[in-house]
Design a protein around this ligand. Structure first.
Ligand code: THU
Length: 137
């Protein structure tokens, strides 16, 4: 069955509940779809040494890669203070670069979800123009 943007958005929103974010109190969830049709999820995991925090997107992508995926098609992201999703949550620069490793920037879709039906859609190329990737080496 084809995974829809709506399903990915719903998973990302659900995953905000799994966030470990006692320092920022900003809870983020992410759901990634691989070319195989399988998906993985993640949430942000913070640390008392603040710089050691890992974003939801990178945790979801790492889970997919560890499951054997190498080509990703899309990701949905949702987040907000104390888990209240009041706005669209855009991926940070490091996460955009990590997406780039496993994505075609022209076709990879990023859904910024406020609810399963209210989301903004971007390609990776839109959020990370003129990017550096594996083919650049
Ligand atoms: N965060 C994410 O997980 N993803 C984003 O796209 C933006 C920021 C996390 C990192 C940190 O735990 C908290 O949100 C506040 O920056």
């Amino acid at each position: 069955m084809r995974t829809t943007a709506r399903e990915l958005a719903a998973k990302a929103i659900e995953m905000t509940k799994a966030a470990y974010a006692p320092y920022s109190r900003f809870h983020v969830g992410a759901a990634v779809l691989a070319a195989s049709g399988k998906g993985d999820v993640g949430a942000n995991v913070e640390n008392a040494s603040y710089g050691a925090a890992i974003c939801a997107e990178r945790n979801a992508i790492a889970a997919a890669v560890l499951a054997g995926e190498r080509k990703l098609k899309a990701i949905a992201v949702a987040g907000g203070k104390d888990g209240v999703i009041a706005d669209f949550c855009a991926p940070c620069g490091i996460c955009r670069q990590v997406m780039r490793e496993f994505a075609d920037p022209k076709t990879f879709k990023i859904y910024l979800a406020k609810s399963p039906t209210v989301y903004r859609t971007f390609t990776l190329e839109e959020l990370l123009p003129e990017s550096f990737g594996p083919e650049s080496l």
